[in-house]
Design a protein around this ligand. Structure first.
Ligand code: SAH
Ligand code: SF4
Ligand code: F3S
Length: 418
């Protein structure tokens, strides 16, 4: 049986497209492989959000081309859209390059001419079970000045509200336990069935035992009232990921984020008022023009909002973005210094946030379970949970309660309670 290998970089959109492709190939009779030597088809699903991810993809492309030759490689995703020429220079003519705005459909059409493919048995790929990633919209028109996504993924394309509900219902009906709704700026979602809050409220009415969540909201297009309404839904996970990016109003202005720290604080308030909910964020350190004072404001903001988790990124210059032509770049040594300083604070906050739960009982979605009594899952407020359990081990996708013994900065540790 021929083998295929998929290497995925980037966000949940890419995970969704890669899983959709992997499922179709598996159903067509191909075997998934981790080794270049065993694969006769290699798919590289790329991310352009930071230089590092791009360099990794290009270096893997070079290795893959040596192993199987350009004609057996599909290079897709954001970097494929932006730098086709470099990809062809590395791999050679015959490389199959698919535009990043195309999602999985165009890749499936192409691969279908190369190997046999099977039909999906559900709207959501099985290989991401128990989570069904469901696109609400593609593309982005928010134009943050540092970000490549509006160029690599193109303008917003919205999925019809009725279609979203159909997909959600089918995913729950076929046993998925968690629905993850996706949009680059999901607060801009509009359809015949209303905006984000209306569509999430309709999903909440579906029958079944499931949790749902969504990524990513944008503070400029979100209101405190909407946050409160979402927090009242029955099936929603108890967590909000609200990207802050910087704690300095001056830098937020230069990033074209279109909100101030005071606006952000109003949105965070309903989440922080409820101790059963977590708040996580994205921060970029070293945006062009970031002074010591701006950075100090970011540190203050991180402490003030007591984030339960922070995805911390060093600013990466993306060719063609407005910020790449700003003059006052922060030296990389200073970016490193600020990054390490903030990382320590962020890790301490995560540790404190997890330690507080010692002695409590939490609801957990089971993601992995070993024979012999060790399991892993995610709590309803988004924490990693490692726990022991007696036989029989709980099934992947089931919901259990875990009595928490202690917490670390990585997550919670405990034992199954019921
Ligand atoms: N649409 C989502 C995700 C965007 S990309 C959102 O707006 O939240 C995910 C994260 O990558 C961003 O939130 C930002 O923190 C980071 N990022 C994007 N461009 C970057 C760049 N040029 N340098 C460093 N980090 C970047
Ligand atoms: Fe990039 Fe901003 Fe769009 Fe997010 S909202 S994808 S950071 S431009
Ligand atoms: Fe990366 Fe493209 Fe997603 S740049 S984060 S793969 S939209």
């Amino acid at each position: 049986m021929a083998g295929f290998l998929i290497r995925t970089f980037g966000c949940q959109f890419n995970e969704l497209y890669s899983a959709t492709i992997a499922d179709a190939l598996t159903r067509g009779g191909l075997r998934s492989s981790e080794s270049l030597g065993e694969a006769s088809l290699i798919i590289i699903n790329t991310c352009a959000v930071r230089e590092k991810a791009e360099e990794k993809a290009f270096s893997f492309l070079g290795e893959a081309a040596k192993a199987v030759g350009a004609g057996h490689i599909v290079f897709m995703g954001c970097t494929a859209t932006l730098d086709k020429e470099r990809a062809v220079r590395i791999a050679g003519r015959g490389l199959n390059v698919v535009d990043g705005t195309a999602g999985a459909e165009q890749v499936l059409a192409l691969i279908g001419t190369m190997v046999p493919l099977g039909e999906p048995d559900c709207v959501a790929p099985r290989s991401l079970f128990p989570t069904a990633n469901i696109e609400l919209m593609r593309g982005c028109e928010s134009y943050c000045t540092y970000c490549i996504v509006p160029r690599s993924r193109g303008p917003e394309v919205v999925v019809d509200g009725g279609e979203i509900l159909r997909r959600a219902e089918q995913a729950v009906g076929s046993g998925f336990s968690e629905l993850l709704f996706l949009g680059q700026n999901i607060n801009r979602y509009r359809s015949n069935r209303g905006g984000l809050v209306e569509i999430m409220s309709s999903v909440d009415q579906l029958d079944g035992n499931f949790w749902f969540w969504f990524l990513s909201p944008h503070p400029a297009n979100f209101t405190p009232e909407e946050v409160r309404r979402l927090m009242e839904l029955r099936h929603i996970e108890h967590r909000v990921h609200l990207p802050l990016q910087s704690g300095s109003d001056r830098i937020l202005g230069r990033m074209n984020r279109r909100y101030t720290i005071a606006d952000y604080a109003r949105l965070a308030e309903p989440v922080r008022e409820n101790t059963d909910w977590t708040l996580t964020t994205d921060i970029i350190v070293g945006f062009p023009g970031e002074t010591d004072d701006d950075f100090a404001h970011t540190v203050d903001a991180v402490r003030e909002f007591r984030f339960d988790g922070v995805f911390l990124a060093k600013y990466s210059d993306r060719p063609g973005t407005p910020s790449s032509s700003m003059q006052d770049k922060v030296p990389s040594a200073l970016i490193d210094e600020r990054h390490s300083a903030l990382l320590r604070i962020v890790q301490n906050l995560s540790e404190q946030s997890n330690q507080v739960l010692a002695g409590r009982c939490v609801d957990v979605l089971v993601l992995a379970a070993q024979v012999g009594g060790n399991a892993f899952g995610r709590s309803i407020d988004g924490r990693n949970v490692w726990f022991s359990c007696s036989e029989p081990a709980p099934g992947i996708g089931s919901f259990v309660k875990v009595a928490v013994d202690h917490g670390s900065r990585e997550g919670l540790y405990g034992a199954r309670a019921c």
